[in-house]
Design a protein around this ligand. Structure first.
Ligand SMILES: Cc1cc2nc3c(=O)[nH]c(=O)nc-3n(C[C@H](O)[C@H](O)[C@H](O)COP(=O)(O)O)c2cc1C
Length: 443
């Protein structure tokens, strides 16, 4: 076994258990109320505990003992517990909580609690597990592990299973990477989520309706450690490693205009994928009017920005602005200087129809421009999904021929501003809510 995920010493250094694991229900635990001495109630109800046993405790009784039952409207409670809505369908909200857990209704539950009340998840389930483990140890003199569990659905899979949301004295992950399989192939990715496996096994005997909120899993002492260990927090995948970090509901709001970037380089493959997304925008006449100039080299970037700056300064001078006013204004172009990569989206409108009158020609132009906007929005959202910040700046729209010349663009490519791309220097501020009703008329 590999104790990389915990600094704690296992109770038993033996190999993984290959046989006798028993899962023992602990019936007879009374209805739990605020302030209940859970350790005492569990020890009274359980058969004599042995060193290396794992107590698997439904989070709901921990919540009840910790006073996390509130008289609140369920929807209000869900909103209060939510830090991020990941997906929404019908009445179901999948949300991330302050613990980092992603689960239905942000873990707010109105089953097995008095009408008009809802149960919230424990504030810190790892801390709850540590306290319970210490108290059980004091009462029995045994060294047990404790898991706090909650029921979750899984993306891609039907049905729910119990998972560990709190852990103390239990190694939550067993890392098999670097070991060989039976054919001698090195295991590259296998890290067993043993705490979740134990939680699921315990749920088989706990059941939902039998009022059996605790089970003992016996025979896995090799996973029980003398120290509390990293807790179930170790089971939460960091956002940067998560391929499914965003849910359908929060993809669009992930895009924010970013004007400060870190020095980290931009992955060309991520940019290619974002452009691929841009190319799915709607467009008039079944045309594909979107083009993109990727400005990677420092020389090309400097040339473009210097030439556009000169054109801007010349416009401002012609407007009669003073040197000082001009200096103040052009500072607004700085997000592009600070961005490690620029993308100049360009419109090619050779598929536009020609009309004998101005009105219809203007409408035709508008059709292509709005399609370009849709393409750029796709690009920016796709960059955000890749973890890249962007700032779409008007600059090149005001000096198209200058930008085209600086980049030596193919004939017919009209620059539609410039997009600075890079890793955000800091997380963007939360987006203020906007009420659709204020932007809508219904007829
Ligand atoms: C066509 C266009 C031109 C823009 N030009 C600039 C610009 O010159 N400088 C800038 O800092 N932001 C520019 N922006 C970004 C807006 O300021 C930004 O979208 C707005 O502040 C809203 O913030 P958000 O994008 O995070 O929702 C531009 C946006 C668009 C769509």
């Amino acid at each position: 076994m590999n104790a990389e995920t915990t600094n704690a010493e296992p109770i038993n250094q033996g190999p993984a258990s290959h046989g006798a694991v028993s899962v023992i229900a602990v019936p007879g635990i009374p209805e739990i109320t605020d302030g209940a001495d859970l350790a005492k109630l569990i020890v009274q109800a359980a058969p004599p505990l042995l060193d290396g046993d794992i107590l698997v405790v439904t989070s709901k009784i921990i919540s009840k003992a910790e006073g996390r039952v509130v008289k609140e409207d369920r929807e209000d409670a869900i909103a209060a517990e939510t830090i991020r809505v990941v997906a929404r369908r019908g009445l179901t909200t999948i949300a991330q909580t302050s613990h980092g857990l992603v689960l239905a209704a942000a873990g707010v539950d109105r089953s097995n609690t008095a009408t008009g009340t809802v149960v919230l998840l424990p504030t810190d389930p790892d801390e709850s597990a540590r306290r319970l483990r210490a108290a059980v140890g004091d009462l029995t003199g045994t060294e047990v592990g404790v898991l706090v569990t909650d029921t979750m659905g899984r993306p891609w899979r039907n049905g729910q299973t119990d998972t560990a949301i709190g852990a103390a004295g239990v190694q939550p992950l067993r890392d098999h990477r670097g070991q060989a399989d039976t054919f001698g192939n090195e295991l590259l990715v296998t890290v067993a989520a043993v705490a979740d496996e134990i939680a699921a096994a315990a749920e088989l005997v706990k059941g939902k309706t039998d009022q059996v909120p605790v089970a003992i899993v016996r025979g896995l002492a090799e996973l029980v450690t003398t120290h509390p260990g990293p807790g179930a927090a170790a089971l939460i995948r960091p956002a940067e490693e998560d391929m499914f970090r965003l849910g359908a509901a929060d993809v669009l709001s992930e895009r924010r205009t970013v004007r400060e970037f870190s020095a980290d380089p931009v992955d060309g493959e991520a940019v290619r994928r974002a452009i691929e997304a841009a190319l799915t925008a709607p467009a008039p006449h079944h045309s594909q009017p979107w083009r993109f100039a990727i400005v990677e080299s420092a020389a090309a970037k400097t040339r473009l920005l210097d030439d556009m700056l000169a054109a801007w300064v010349s416009d401002l001078r012609a407007d009669g602005f003073t040197q000082e006013q001009i200096a103040k204004r052009v500072r607004r172009g700085e997000p592009l200087r600070k961005a490690p990569l620029l993308i100049v989206p360009c419109l090619v409108s050779d598929a536009a129809h020609e009309y004998p009158d101005k009105r219809r020609n203007a409408a035709e132009r508008a059709m292509f421009l709005v399609s370009m906007g849709a393409g750029v929005q796709n690009l920016l959202v796709a960059l955000a999904v890749e973890g890249l910040g962007s700032c779409w700046v008007s600059s090149a729209l005001f000096c198209g021929p200058v930008a085209s010349a600086a980049l030596d663009l193919p004939a017919g490519w009209e620059p539609m501003g410039a997009v600075g791309v890079g890793h955000p220097a800091a997380p963007p501020a939360p987006r203020p809510p906007r009420d659709p009703a204020r932007y809508t008329v219904t007829r």
